[in-house]
Design a binder for this molecule. Structure first.
Ligand code: 23J
Ligand code: MN
Length: 258
């Protein structure tokens, strides 16, 4: 059986009518990772350890051993990452149904607001404004928060101060709106984590994690190239590694767009 939609997809991808945009940052030992307050255990950065490279250890082959925390670089947050999502039987990297790993994306451009205020918070009012221009946010679609944060140096990307990190993210009521009123599949950002830098002090703390994962929804962090996507119409492929009982994983995020 052939399907006209898939045949058209293949030919439009071959001709370039449909573009493929890579939303992934490079993964190396310099890739920034989140630092938690010192009383908590820390993740570790990406590491590449050579096994052999056309030498005595392997004359015709090159390969490496990789290691890192699950939440390193461009990565997927599974519902099981958070205490509110820990009991979903389909909430870890190996149990998420694969049909949930390809979905449309709505891109909300708040790059100007974020440049003016590193603690900028996305609100439902801003989303309603976006909807008045681009149409209603459909169930099962992603919200991608464009801040242009991926264009920053590592220091300004993490943006630590004595009172913690200062990076943009979603407000509590924004996460309530997207989970309760819009039933999105997940929330993606350009920053190191899906929550704002100061979200440890929100009520509830870390609303993107608490509310998205509490509703069996996903997160994407450290995305890039969101400025190359239209506000609506792109489809993103977001397949984490099939780590058994994994809370998330680095992944390649690929967008298909006209
Ligand atoms: C662990 C604890 C707190 C946070 C995070 C991880 C992340 O942002 C993450 O990468 O999921 S806020
Ligand atoms: Mn994460």
């Amino acid at each position: 059986m052939t399907n006209e939609t898939l045949i058209n997809l293949a030919s439009e991808m071959a001709s370039g009518t449909i573009r493929v945009v890579d939303l992934t940052v490079p993964l190396n030992e310099d890739t920034p990772i989140i630092g938690l307050p010192p009383e908590f255990a820390q993740s570790s950065a990406f590491k590449l350890e050579q096994i052999s490279q056309f030498d005595d250890k392997g004359p015709a082959w090159y390969w490496n051993i990789i290691s890192c925390g699950e939440h390193t670089g461009t990565h997927f947050d599974a519902p099981g990452h958070w205490i509110t999502g820990k009991d979903y039987s389909d909430g870890c990297t190996d149990t998420i149904p694969p049909q949930k790993l390809v979905a449309p994306a709505n891109v909300i451009d708040v790059s100007k607001e974020s440049a003016e205020d590193p603690d900028f918070l996305l609100t439902s009012a801003k989303l309603l404004e976006w909807e008045s221009e681009h149409g209603k946010i459909e169930p099962g679609t992603w919200i991608l928060m464009r801040t242009d944060w991926s264009k920053r140096s590592v220091e300004d990307f993490l943006n630590y101060a004595e009172d913690g990190p200062h990076t943009p993210g979603p407000s509590v009521e924004c996460m309530e709106f997207l989970t309760q009123e819009r039933d999105v599949i997940g929330f993606g950002v350009e920053t190191v984590g899906t929550d704002a830098g100061q979200a440890f002090a929100f009520e509830p703390a870390f609303p993107a994690h608490t509310l998205m994962h509490g509703n069996n929804k996903f997160g994407l962090a450290s995305l890039t190239n969101l400025d190359q996507l239209p506000p609506k119409g792109a489809i993103i492929v977001t397949a984490p590694l099939k780590i058994v009982n994994g809370s998330g994983s680095p992944l390649r995020v690929i967008a298909l767009t006209s």
